[in-house]
Write a protein that binds this ligand. Sequence first.
Ligand code: KG4
Ligand code: ZN
Length: 338
Amino acid sequence: MIILGIETSCDETSASIINASNKKIGVLSNIISSSLSLHSKTGGIIPEVAAREQVKFIIPVIEKAFSEAHLSEKNIDAIAVTYGPGLIGSLLVGVETAKTLAFVWKKPIVPVNHLFGHIYANFIERSNIEFPAIALIVSGGHTDLVLLKNHKKIKWLGGTRDDAAGEAYDKIGRLLNLPYPAGPIMEKLAKKGDPKAFIFPRPMIGSNDFDFSFSGLKAAVARQVSSSKYKVLSMGLKSDLAASAQEAIIDVLVKKTLNAAKKFKVRSILLGGGVAANEKLRERLIHNTKYEIPNTAIFVPQKSLCTDNAAMIATAAFFNYKPIEWKKIKANPELYFD
Ligand code: KG4
Ligand code: ZN
């Protein structure tokens, strides 16, 4: 089955064509245009700016997805589109474009939850994922633990009560005067720092649920930054703060994920979302899983498939193929797990 995926939930405009079968998901093209550089100047995403950029790039990105795949609209069997959660202005561009194309080309259209997309990034080019599985989704807007009994039975177990993991990176990065988004830069900085220089709180690490909280960690870093002990925020100090804060975030994410994996005796652990590109998190999750629950397989997507892209949206649509009438699809910025 050939599917055109469209993703415009935030600041990435993406279109992808996949060739999907139960044995393998092949990516024929996965084009991503990002307005991130515009937002780094303002320290965060301005929804109006993101939406205007989506309008500018949506058609060129779809055109390029077809040309790179050496296909035309005649070759596709369906269109998949992210309908939430996300920024309303950005979502509307993808949803309305997909509906128009589905109407004009007379193709079935499948609405996809963006969060499921992050989970399904793991299924691209892979055929060996066994259920039940636990997925940890860590992005700029979400930190969620989800139980997948199979493709049809997906249950949310818990999530953040305040800041998401990526948001914690971005807010702590701002305290360290790093540009937005701070996650990848903080990761680099942390490599030069001592993760034990500061012992930051590990919020909710011992709680019996699958919830998270990261706002206290940001406050603890803020207290150190404004401490009178340090007259200047030197490179060395920044690196130690980044390494210590990252250590606290990763400790909590790994512990809670393994708790869930043990409780539900899963066969697989899946990681997804922008923060899943973080090497320390990937390494630690792989290492601790092998050590603590060696019979559980651990999967992490290629780094380029961790951040927002349309191949993951098309893949999620293939495994949960529920086309609906184009008239019934509406962008839903508040969408959660359904
Ligand atoms: O999934 P994503 O591209 O967009 C959302 O759906 O939110 O995630 C973006 C988030 C940002 O908060 C960014 O700082 C974080 O992912 N991020 C990282 C890394 N790469 C991106 N955080 C830590 N380490 C990274 N290497
Ligand atoms: Zn995302």
